[in-house]
Ligand binder design. Structure first.
Ligand code: ZN
Length: 339
């Protein structure tokens, strides 16, 4: 009886172990099949079959550095290169073109890459070999901000050119904030810009100047001491309103005593009445450039004037000039005061 029981136990244990092994094996088979089903076409193969039949995407090429650069004639040019990537292939980058820094001119460097489906990616860099430094151009924009100021700020940002804005009481606060945040100088041009009011006496002028100074301070947190007189320090319109008090001479002395620096200009773009043509504005500016520093007068409330700025910048950069914003120590292009 004990022996039979023992045999039975052995049979049962063997059966359980066998059943367990069977289940475990079946489980493995099931799990393995699921994995196989999922992995039947690995992702790489999927991409490969797409790439061999319908790849229309050209390799993407990214320049290191700017797409337009400048180097002084006789200087050294270092090409910063580029990198290429493609959705299907490992592509090889080819560079064509070169720069002769002994000859002034514009040179093009072309990077290209071709993938296995024949799609060609290409980018170009323009390298301008420019003359020796001839001077600094201070672009200044009065009477804004206005509806063309955004466009102007976009152009200045594209060329990393800093300019100076002599603002008044008009326009959006946000534009003055953008001018300031993007590194331009925000100067003062009186709040009302009303000649009959500001030039009637010293107090009226100083109140109006303080009013725009406070506006700029409220928007930017910055107290500006850069200023431009409406009409410039040489204006004679003020004599109509000052009752013979020789107001400009007094104002020049007083604002200076109060720590302001005032700026006139030595190139007028002619956009204040002489012309409404972008081409004339452009010509007025570039034809008056020689060796030296230039403060250029423009108005960012005039669309045709803003439309000339990009070409003025391109001309300046290609002809030996750099651009800067006005600072307290900058060339101020003072006019002769007439009254
Ligand atoms: Zn003005």
């Amino acid at each position: 009886m004990r022996k039979r029981n023992a045999k039975l136990v052995v049979v049962i244990v063997t059966g359980v172990v066998f059943a367990f092994l069977l289940f475990a094996f079946a489980g493995c088979v099931i799990v393995t099949n699921v994995l196989d089903a999922n992995l039947k076409i690995p992702p790489d193969d999927l991409a490969m079959s797409f790439c061999s039949t319908s790849d229309t995407e050209a390799p993407e090429i990214t320049l290191n550095g700017d797409s337009t650069t400048y180097v002084l004639v006789g200087g050294e040019y270092e090409e910063l290169g580029a990198s290429a990537s493609d959705d299907c292939d490992n592509v090889e980058l080819t560079m064509n073109g070169g720069v002769d820094t002994t000859v002034i001119g514009s040179y093009t460097i072309i990077y290209s890459a071709t993938d296995s489906s024949g799609n060609v990616g290409e980018v170009r860099r323009t390298v301008n070999v420019v003359p020796e430094h001839r001077g600094t151009i201070y672009l200044t924009f009065d009477d804004g901000p206005g509806i063309y100021t955004t466009e102007l700020l976009d152009i200045l940002a594209r060329y990393n050119v800093k300019a100076t804005f002599f603002v008044t009481g008009v326009g959006d606060d946000a534009l003055i904030l953008r001018e300031y945040n993007e590194g331009h100088a925000v100067g003062l041009h009186t709040f009302t810009h009303n000649y009959a009011y500001i030039y009637q006496n010293m107090n009226a002028f100083l109140d109006d100047l303080t009013r725009v100074q406070e506006r700029v301070k409220r928007i930017t947190g910055y107290t500006s001491y850069l200023m431009r007189f409406p009409g410039g320090s040489s204006n004679t319109v003020s004599a109509r309103y000052d009752g013979g008090a020789r107001i400009m001479s007094k104002l020049v002395a007083e604002v200076t005593r109060r720590g302001f620096t005032y700026y006139d200009w030595n190139i007028s773009s002619g956009d204040a009445g002489e012309t409404t043509s972008s081409n004339v504005v452009y010509a007025n500016v570039v034809n008056r450039l020689g060796d030296g520093d230039y403060v250029v007068l423009q108005h960012d409330i005039k669309g045709f004037s803003v439309a000339a700025v990009e070409r003025i910048i391109q001309y300046g950069l290609a002809n030996g000039y750099d651009f800067a914003k006005l600072e307290a120590t900058s060339f101020a292009a003072h006019h002769r005061v007439n009254n």
